[in-house]
Design a protein around this ligand. Structure first.
Ligand code: ADP
Length: 475
């Protein structure tokens, strides 16, 4: 079984969020099951600079909206990179200085068409697995080129980012004009690239079973719920896992002290180091809440900001790491200036610091309004950091909270609202201060929770097998 896993980002090469973690780990788990799974991503400038030993594999060229488009293909083991300097040899992946590149449609149309060309060149690809809007055109190109031997699976990692562009850009896509209609790629007068992926792919998946149901409702469907209900026969949810080698507190080289579920003293020392690093007061009995992620409303950052003064008044501490909406960044900076010994806000993207915060925190705040899967709650559990989570999407599927089962690992925020979040914070503080034995049990449950890729990779493998069986029947 030969799979091309196409993604705009993959760890450790290029990362802006969870998609990179998935693309960095799932293909390896599929290879362990026996699939020949190769990753394809653009050759960004940052990759060129940091990975100098890439091997040239082949060249591709095809007709496009620009005439003839060309690319060189390089590889680092099973990871393939498409080079086109005009599109990718620049500072930034999707944006520079917080502004999306104006030619993103053209860049990722090129990348998508190049992935199809690479699959045709390689000759024996069974399935192209596409991820998010940046690769949504792949199933459309397969359809237009009548490449029937190659099946496609399209995974929605976040329905909030659909890749919507002005209809005047249509000629850039080099697709038949009759694809621009309401049942295919047209969306309220614009081009919707995610819609192309959903319509034309043989299978559509999303990254948790709960999110797969939620996105078929108007509240979570972002305008595509009708289409998603219509394609429910080919839509399923498979929860993500995390890379348990990269995220392992027993061996993690990025944290100051190693620990595991039977040696939690290392975690206590990580907390002291974290407090020292940000000049927070080292008070025994003060719970420390961590938060890492995109500072956007989806993640409930506005709720955290609203309750911050109340939370700190409980003699608790908070460390935030993230980038996102300017007003959230500013509010956090201002709050941190006002509370220098109890709140630290690091505005930026810092992989190593993310490990240090996960290791040193007692709790992790994740009051998302919607959450396709979410990785941070699983990373937190692995580090014995108790996630405080709403009951949406992947958070509902991956964390059992206090009062919900025999082996709880988290604390539930009943609704994404300030009062409910503060209520959950109070529950967490009480647990931490008044019932250390119960808190310890939660930590152990969390650290024992299976969060690796094995189960999910099996489900993807099964799905690919079914797709290949149906191809056999069509032949
Ligand atoms: P998203 O919706 O952004 O994909 P996930 O929880 O699925 O959220 O995954 C986010 C990933 O990105 C995690 O590995 C997290 O640690 C990482 N991450 C997010 N923001 C930052 C940051 N500012 N610095 C370092 N890592 C970050």
């Amino acid at each position: 079984m030969k799979i091309l896993f196409c993604s705009p980002e993959a760890a450790p090469y290029a990362k802006t969020g969870g998609l990179a973690d998935v693309s960095g780990a799932l293909p390896g788990a599929l290879r362990e099951l026996g699939a020949d799974c190769r990753v394809v991503m653009p050759l960004y400038q940052s990759v060129k600079k940091a990975f100098t030993g890439l091997k040239h594999v082949t060249d591709i060229s095809f007709l496009s909206g620009q005439g003839v488009s060309q690319g060189r293909v390089y590889a680092d083991g099973p990871v393939h990179f498409i080079e086109n300097d005009a599109y990718f040899n620049r500072d930034g992946i999707y944006a520079y200085a917080n502004r999306d590149f104006p030619d993103n449609l053209e860049r990722f149309a090129f990348f998508s068409r190049a992935c199809v060309e690479l699959a045709i060149t390689l000759g024996d690809v069974d399935v192209i697995h596409c991820n998010d809007w940046q690769t949504g055109l792949i199933p459309a190109y397969l359809h237009a080129l009548e490449a029937k031997g190659i099946k496609s699976c399209y995974t929605i990692h976040n329905l909030a980012y659909q890749g919507i562009f002005d209809a005047v850009l249509w000629p850039l896509l080099f697709l038949p004009y009759d694809f621009f209609r309401p049942d295919l790629m047209e969306f309220f007068g614009n081009i919707n690239i995610m819609k192309a992926g959903i319509v034309f792919a043989d299978q559509v998946t999303t990254v948790s079973p709960s999110y797969a149901s939620e996105i078929q409702t108007p509240d979570f469907g972002a305008g595509l719920d009708g289409l998603l209900r219509a394609v429910s026969f080919k839509l399923s949810g498979i929860a993500n896992g995390i890379d348990t080698v990269v995220w392992d507190p027993a061996t993690d080289p990025l944290i100051p002290h190693s620990f595991d579920k039977d040696r939690l003293d290392g975690k206590a020392r990580c907390k002291l180091e974290l407090q020292k690093r940000f000049s927070l007061e080292q008070k025994p009995g003060s719970p420390l809440f961590g938060l890492i992620g995109r500072l956007v409303d989806q993640k409930g950052i506005d709720l955290v900001i609203k309750i911050m003064e109340d939370l700190l008044s409980r003699d608790a501490q908070v460390v935030v790491l993230g980038t996102g909406e300017k007003w959230h960044e500013e509010n956090l900076r201002r709050l941190a200036e006002r509370h220098p010994t109890s709140l630290a806000a690091f505005i930026g993207f810092d992989e190593a610091l993310a490990h240090v915060i996960e290791a040193g925190s007692d709790f992790f705040l994740m009051p998302s309004r919607f959450e396709p899967c979410g990785l941070n709650q699983m990373i937190s559990m692995r580090y014995g950091t108790i996630p405080i989570v709403t009951g949406v999407g992947g958070l509902r599927d991956t964390v059992t909270c206090l009062g919900e089962g025999d082996t709880p690992q988290g604390v539930r925020v009943k609704l994404p609202a300030p009062v409910q979040l503060l209520h959950a914070v109070d529950e967490a503080c009480a647990l931490y201060r008044e019932d250390p034995a119960a808190f310890c049990r939660l930590q152990k449950n969390a650290m024992e929770k299976n969060v690796d890729w094995t189960q999910s990779a099996l489900q993807y493998y099964d799905m690919y097998s079914k797709m290949l069986n149906s191809r056999e029947r069509e032949r």
